[in-house]
Design a protein around this ligand. Structure first.
Ligand code: ATP
Length: 354
């Protein structure tokens, strides 16, 4: 079992704290992605886990054994971890099979064991036909698969992936996301996957940990993070959303410029302010209500209408000035300048703390 525990992990560069008392547990066999904007400390966290960087504070344990603490680390080569970088760094003068065998030879395994493991790994990765080719004779996706095969062949306790798909084109990235998840379902290595691409994180991960300023802002299943964000930062970072601000008008009710919004989930902060998040596809666009708009109803004017194939994207300006993004089925037709009614169902209005 290879449970990974980071506790109070801290790394400073001069005056800057890149990783700030970070706590994270990756259960054995889980794939967790670290997702966050550039500079939030994802790569530094991964380098601390790999042993390439030394923490200033906190500890890292693998399967109950301490491998890092302030000023002391077990070196990378003795951690039984495999790390894959953006540039997959294959040996150009070695064939595919020799690249995959590389780590096994370093471990001085018997020849027959190496041959069998390489053969099985090439087969799993659908690289058998390319065994005798050199990296320069492969496509980007094939090279990336060789990188993965090489990392997995040594049967690491922990697998660390740092933006492994960022050098691939869009189609290949999408294919490889599923490939990575398929491999994970097969091998169940305890894995940390660093990315700033939310679709990649959601496709590959058991748990998505959203990072901000060196800390984990929220960690949960992809659905949890998307449907039940705890902060405005997470709501905005995972998918697009509308944020409405106002005052609390009841325990679960906000008043946002005269628009009363009952929220069935989330909590407001205690200071009387209210922040409400609702996803564009959850807002229902229709004709303006007859008479006064009721709770969770608004009247506005279409400012922009964009046809997206299966959906239409609208920007609707409310009478109080707020602009809302609405994603509707392409059957729902409205023209710019048209007055429309919007329903913001309480079940999809989420109260956020400040
Ligand atoms: P990106 O998505 O851009 O790769 P990241 O989330 O991986 O970003 P890190 O590379 O971990 O972020 O960097 C976190 C912060 O620490 C950044 O502000 C960065 O400038 C700083 N930093 C990282 N490495 C060093 C270093 N060796 N020396 C000084 N500062 C560093």
């Amino acid at each position: 079992m290879s449970r990974l525990e980071l506790a109070g992990l801290t790394k400073r560069f001069g005056a800057q704290t890149a990783v700030d008392a970070l706590d994270l547990t990756v259960e054995s066999g889980q794939l967790i992605s670290l997702l966050g904007p550039s500079g939030c400390g994802k790569t530094t966290t991964l380098r601390l886990v790999s042993g390439f960087a030394i923490p200033d504070g906190g500890t890292i344990h693998v399967a109950g054994r301490q491998v890092s603490a302030a000023g002391t680390v077990v070196p990378p080569e003795r951690r039984e971890m495999s790390m894959i970088f953006q540039s997959y760094a294959l040996w150009p003068h070695l064939t595919v099979a020799e690249n995959v065998a590389y780590g096994l030879k370093l471990r001085r395994l018997p020849r027959a064991t190496i041959d069998e493991r390489v053969r099985a790994m090439l087969e799993t990765m659908q690289l058998g036909p390319y065994a005798a080719r050199y990296p320069a004779e492969l496509s980007g996706g094939q090279q990336q698969r060789v990188g993965l095969a090489r990392a997995l062949a040594v049967e690491p306790k922990i697998l660390l992936l740092d933006e492994p798909l960022s050098n691939l084109d869009a189609n290949l990235r999408e294919e490889m996301r599923h490939e990575i998840r398929r491999l994970h379902d097969r091998f169940h290595y305890t894995t940390i996957y660093v990315t700033h691409d939310q679709m990649e994180a959601m496709t590959t991960s058991d748990i998505v940990a959203v990072m901000r300023d060196g800390k984990i802002e929220q960690a949960g299943s992809p659905e949890d993070i998307y449907e039940r964000p705890l902060s405005e930062f997470v709501a905005r970072f995972i998918g697009s959303t509308n944020i409405l601000r106002g005052r609390r008008a009841g325990e679960h009710v906000a008043d946002c410029d005269g628009l009363r919004l009952a929220c069935e989930s989330g909590v407001f902060s205690e200071d009387g302010g209210a922040i409400v998040s609702i996803r564009p596809h959850r807002i229902v666009l229709g004709p303006p209500p007859e008479g006064e708009a009721g709770p969770n109803e608004a009247v506005g004017t279409v400012e922009r209408a964009v046809y997206l194939g299966s959906q239409r994207h609208y920007i609707v300006a409310l009478e109080a000035g707020t602009r809302l993004q609405v994603l509707a089925s392409s059957d729902v037709l409205a023209q710019p300048s048209q007055r429309v009614g919007l329903t913001l169902p309480p079940g999809h209005c989420r109260a956020l703390a400040r």
